[in-house]
Design a protein around this ligand. Structure first.
Ligand code: HPA
Ligand code: ZN
Length: 356
């Protein structure tokens, strides 16, 4: 992407401070995945829910995952403490405060309606809590938040259709819909009709694909669901024709490095395909996925990636951060405002470098 900024002049040593100072977008964040163990225990006590762990330390010790499914089992069990609108508001606002500390300006956040309705928690309760937190974040934290409910792909098409119906009264407050949960053996095509209905409603479309699943699932997300962004998508590199298509259409990939590490999609961060995705000219940006479970919020994902991957320089930092705003579904005026702020921060670091 053409940049008027002398990015090449910024040394790698300046990157941690630059990354911390820069405004950011978060487009792949499951709000249930921000439930920190301390808050999980506090809500369990408040609601009289029993957790199968003695304390916070024992729970944290259980966060050693072998794959996506081993994480999901714990993640759905953790969500069982969420019962009232106040619980959802407390969880979401705690994340929004952390996001603001990371200088996130825009967050398009996922939630899983079926995880809650299946336990008898009404959608109205979930929405009331999330919306209360979103209003406070807009007012007090300079943070713009939009909601994307996701369908659980391990459940049936009929369940997803029913969930879409239940979401209709909230249509005006929803940005789009997504697809998450167990990827293996649940191809996107299973939900073609659900997403066709969502598109008819004017909802924006995203889908998890190519995290553990094969490149065929990314093709499926694009062609059968009409996905405008691919969540994860790292396995696209196995299919050169797919890489060419993603590049041609500038489809954003919401990559989550610490998630990939914790779910053993990559053996270590030094082996993460992020540099190759950038070299291939793909529209990549970084995200935190389920930060309470994966050991770091967005700032930490950026910090650890730039530490582990020496080929990432100031140009890569600018590209990733700018892609985040451009890949958002916010309007052009808001995007331009955030990118101007981004440019200002980078220009400040360029000038500081040149006068040294
Ligand atoms: N993949 C699929 N489903 C999820 C994830 C993820 O990384 N996080 C929460 N639900
Ligand atoms: Zn995810």
């Amino acid at each position: 992407m053409p940049s008027p900024l002398p990015l090449a002049a910024i040394p790698r040593a300046a990157l941690p401070a630059l990354l911390a100072a820069a405004p950011k977008a978060e487009l792949h964040l499951h709000i249930e995945g921000t439930l920190e163990p301390e808050l999980m225990f506090a809500l369990a006590r408040r609601n009289g829910v029993a957790l199968p762990y003695a304390d916070v330390a024992a729970l944290r010790a259980a966060y050693a995952f072998a794959d996506l499914q081993s994480f999901l089992d714990l993640y759905y069990a953790g969500a069982s403490v969420l019962l009232t609108a106040q619980d959802f508001e407390d969880m979401a606002y705690a994340y929004f405060e952390r996001a603001a500390a990371d200088r996130i300006r825009r967050a398009e956040i996922f939630f899983d309606p079926q995880t809650h309705t299946a336990r008898g928690v009404p959608l109205a309760t979930v929405m009331a809590g999330l919306e209360a937190a979103i209003a406070r974040a807009a007012r007090d934290l300079n943070l713009s938040v939009a909601l994307i409910p996701c369908f659980l792909r391990h459940l049936s098409e009929a369940d997803a259709l029913q969930t879409l119906e239940a979401l209709l009264p909230y249509r005006a407050r929803l940005l789009g819909v997504g697809l998450d949960s167990s990827e293996r053996d649940h191809p996107p095509e299973k939900f073609s009709r659900v997403f066709a209905k969502a598109r008819e409603l004017g909802l924006r479309i995203v889908a998890h694909a190519g995290e553990e699943g094969p490149p065929a699932y990314i093709w499926g997300a694009l062609n059968a669901l009409g996905a405008e962004r691919i969540d994860h998508g790292v396995r696209c590199l196995e299919d050169p024709a797919l890489v060419a298509e993603l590049r041609r259409r500038a489809v954003p990939l919401t990559v989550c490095p610490l998630s990939n590490l914790k779910l053993c999609v990559v053996p270590d961060l030094a082996a993460h395909p992020l540099p190759e995705l950038l070299r291939q000219g793909l529209k990549v940006m970084l995200n935190s996925d389920d930060p309470a479970y994966f050991g770091g919020y967005l700032g930490e994902n950026l910090r650890q990636c730039f530490e582990a991957l020496p080929e990432l320089d100031a140009t890569a930092a600018y590209t990733l951060l700018r892609n985040g705003f451009e890949a958002s579904f916010a309007g052009p005026a808001e995007q331009a405002r955030w990118i101007a702020e981004l440019d200002e921060v980078f220009a400040g670091f360029s000038a500081a470098t040149e006068t040294r």
